[in-house]
Design a binder for this molecule. Sequence first.
Ligand code: MV4
Length: 461
Amino acid sequence: MFKKVLVANRGEIALRVIRACRELGIATVAVHSTADANALHVRFADEAVCIGPPPSKESYLNVPQLLSAAEITRADAIHPGYGFLSENAEFAEVCENCKIRFIGPRPEMLRLMGNKVRARAAAREAGMPLLPGSPGTVKDPREAEAFAKEIGFPVILKAAAGGGGKGMKIVREPGVLAQAFSTAQAEALASFNNGDLYIERYVEKPRHIEIQIVADEHGNIIHLNERECSVQRRHQKLIEEAPSPALTPELRQRMGEVSVAAMKKLRYNNVGTIEYLLDERGEFYFMEMNTRIQVEHPVTELVMGVDLVREQIRMAYGHPLRFKQEDVQIRGHAIECRVNAEDPVTFAPWPGKITGYSVPGGYGVRVDSAAYENYTVLPHYDSLLSKLIVHAEDRETAIRRMQRALSEYVVEGIRTNIPFHRAALAEESFQEGNYDTRFVERLLASETGSRRLKKAVEETP
Ligand code: MV4
């Protein structure tokens, strides 16, 4: 096994990786910015190296500093967590050139999935269903108009280098397509330094369903079923659950089988997630693939009984998968609420010092967090404070358990979105499992939703 892993991340995911390493008997190296000197990941690791000032560009994204830290401490692998350098093919390549194993897929795989046009073509060849759209990059507004005519309106323009919702433009009528093309191209160029666009039929009220893939270095590939991630605001997921209330056992099996067959064709390795849109007719379409461990991986861990980070590290070392598809099955239901340091009504980030802190616990409750009393939430990084995850025998019990856990959670000194979660879980559409990607928008616009949110804000100490 690896002797020492450097964790190129911070916050709860750095802790999550350090915990997995400790259980595997692997020594750990934390890296941190000057602002994170008192962070929990620094305290829980065996060693720590300061890699620069607070801005991510100069610390957690600083490749030379990270590699120096790995070399000085003689780490034999780097775990990138999520975000930061986790999907950066150049970083993965530099690691391998320095004889340090990158815990993730091969660099070519990161490169392939990082370009959404190439990923889409590869997905089609590998047999995954796609929405009607351009087979490659759309060069100019005239070509876009020709495709739109073929596909039919509404259509969506997406950036090849985008992903996670950045650089998308919905177009509902022919008259505004050329203008939308120019705007999307300019935005893509400014954000990603790549103005390439592609076009697809637009699905009005989709659900976001993603399939978890686990693939070893020997060609063994299985799926761990789906996560439902439709509760989002501005492409930031807020609540995830597994299994999805929208899937029948037949559809679940089909999505899993199509995904595994495609991953075998592409010779995918390590953990990954295939993101699908599910339309109102129950048809699913490949959107993109995430080549990293994801924030919401715990809901899969709880319902499938698999420690995903441990398996990820074992597979990166070269160990074969320890179970087959028929060995894993769904047990009960899990829900995750992302607790952010932000205003519960405006969603504006709310960094600051946590003056009082008490976490929920009890049967079926898991809290993945790097927060503690007197910890200061920094303005330099994302506002995820904690992931509150519950597991229960069925969905109704899981919702009740989450409501109970949310009511126990005390965070003083800063604002959090705990009141939002209380309002969301009280929604009839959520309780019925009858929601889509417009859920948050509808909650905030509705009389009952906004009243519940206001009440939850008042009732949250
Ligand atoms: C779409 C779509 C509708 N039709 N593509 C947003 C993130 C990116 N991964 C894909 N996204 C979408 N692509 C077509 N052809 C709607 C979205 C979308 C969305 C997807 C998943 C979860 C939340 C979303 C919120 C708005 C739009």
